[in-house]
Design a protein around this ligand. Sequence first.
Ligand code: HEC
Ligand code: HEC
Length: 433
Amino acid sequence: MRLFVGAAVLSFVLVSVPSQFPEAPTGFDNKSNGIVDDATHQADQAKFDEVEGLDDGLGPLYNAQSCRECHQNPTSGGPSQITELRVGHLGRDRHFHNPEITIAHGAETITGRSLVNLRAICPSGAYPNREIQERVPDTESIRATRLSLNLLGDGFVEAVADQTLIDLSHEQCKASHGKICGQVLYVPIVEAPGQTGVGRFGWKDQQASLLSFSGDAYLNEMGITNRLFPDEVTKLCNTASEPNNQPGPDGLADVDHFARFMRATKAPARDTQLAGTPVAKRGSDLFDKIGCATCHVRTLNTAAAGTKINGGTFTIPDALARKTFSPFGDFLLHDVGTGDGIVMAMEEHYGRNMYQIQWKNLSLDSFAKTQNKVRTAPLWGVRLRPQLMHDGQSVTLRDAILRHLGEAEEVTERFRKLKRNDQEALMEFLRSL
Ligand code: HEC
Ligand code: HEC
């Protein structure tokens, strides 16, 4: 407990005073940030890149055959143009409800998830007479697409103390006189039943742990069950056992390799040449001055080595500890007028038996409040993303900025009032990130 209080005091100072610690390593070179050696990192990456087939337990419902398929630009672990489909509807109670999607000519109804898998292995050579493709029923009038996210540098994000994000939320709310107050959301740590952490991953902050996210993605994107998510989405068209969920000789299963791969990635690197130009420097000052940095927070610090996170299941190693990194994001949820109306589905993200577990601090009301909120998009690596915002619908920086309303309305207004060449300078700065 003493440790926790100490961290709180420390992080308050550190959020406001950037760069006291060494900078986290950056680069797109597929090298480890130091938590494992390069050979181990490349072996973990091979697991992340591996294309799974029927024999590996792919599907039966899925979106893609490998993590890399959606996380690759400019290298494994980056984002991509692949979007996913989520749907649902507003009930008479005015609350968001997950869809009920009937497959196989009415043989089964899939519930408990908002994700619609866009591929299926039936029909196929093995199952010529089966048909299980999910399709959106007319009743599901809330329909949203969400773009694949960057994972590079996420080990540093995971290593930020919960208290740092909580303090950040208080600070920004106070500094903006209540106009900008990022929401902190406690989410289950799937590998530590009963424990929660401050969500920071996914467009809706639906996960706090990279291991939880790995299990979630392996099941929901690729249809591969694992020890964290042992239940298939559908029992129809199931192939043999799923060999990938068994630990290898090193005791690690695929989900452990994915998590370690992500934890060992370097953060996205800046375009230092562009960043050094007088125009980009002026743009950088304007970014702070008009208030973009209130949400797109420049730097964060990770907790001390030995700190236990993820419900005590992960200990922050030296390579991730006490580092300053520059995500240009606060990892908090905001209503900037772009919300997709979807509340993240509980069973989809935390397992079919999640309601049988008593989770500390979990509040379904807090989840309901996220309906029209989105996590501040971390701007690191934004120059490499030609499609912007959660739906990918903004293809220019100007459009993305002008779409910010709600909590960001005043800041956007200040951007509008800038002289044209100041606006250009600000965007030039963004192109250096
Ligand atoms: C079909 C495309 C697709 C595949 C395959 C896929 N992902 Fe993702 N990934 C996404 C999308 C889309 C998001 C954003 C999801 C959201 O929040 O709604 C995402 C988000 C993430 C995030 C959150 C990153 C952050 O910083 O917020 C992690 C971690 C992640 N994926 C890991 C994985 C792993 C590990 C695999 C392989 C087991 C995988 N993904 C496979 C599309 C994919
Ligand atoms: C109130 C918090 C807040 C403020 C202030 C804010 N943003 Fe954002 N920003 C967000 C959120 C939330 C998103 C994600 C919205 C979405 O995807 O629907 C975002 C997304 C973006 C994106 C898209 C990035 C990507 O990878 O898709 C850019 C670019 C951006 N903001 C730039 C700016 C600039 C420049 C300013 C200042 C003029 C600014 N933002 C002010 C919260 C904020």
